[in-house]
Write a protein that binds this ligand. Structure first.
Ligand SMILES: [Zn+2]
Length: 88
């Protein structure tokens, strides 16, 4: 399925719970030295940085471990769809 890649920052992306940036990556389960960068649309659609990656990449599910590209945060895909954590 083709993916439209838009240049520049976009407001319609899921963001990191920690740093609020929208760039994430996952490790290739076969070759751990390889990573795939992507952002996540508000709809939940995964938008890979490179169209080639989408073809090669394993599917990203709610349980897939993902890493933030700009801070040390990591978690699972489903974390991006949680409401902001309550501050006590
Ligand atoms: Zn982050």
């Amino acid at each position: 399925m083709p993916v439209e890649i838009h240049p520049g920052p976009l407001p319609d992306r899921r963001v990191c719970p920690q740093c609020k940036q929208s760039a994430f990556f996952i490790f290739d389960p076969v070759d751990e030295k390889r990573i795939y960068k992507f952002s996540v649309a508000l709809s939940g659609k995964v938008l890979f940085e490179s169209p080639t990656d989408e073809r090669d990449c394993p599917s990203v599910t709610p349980g897939t471990e993902i890493h933030c590209a700009t801070c040390p945060w990591f978690g699972v895909m489903a974390d991006l769809f949680q409401p902001a954590p309550r501050v006590p």
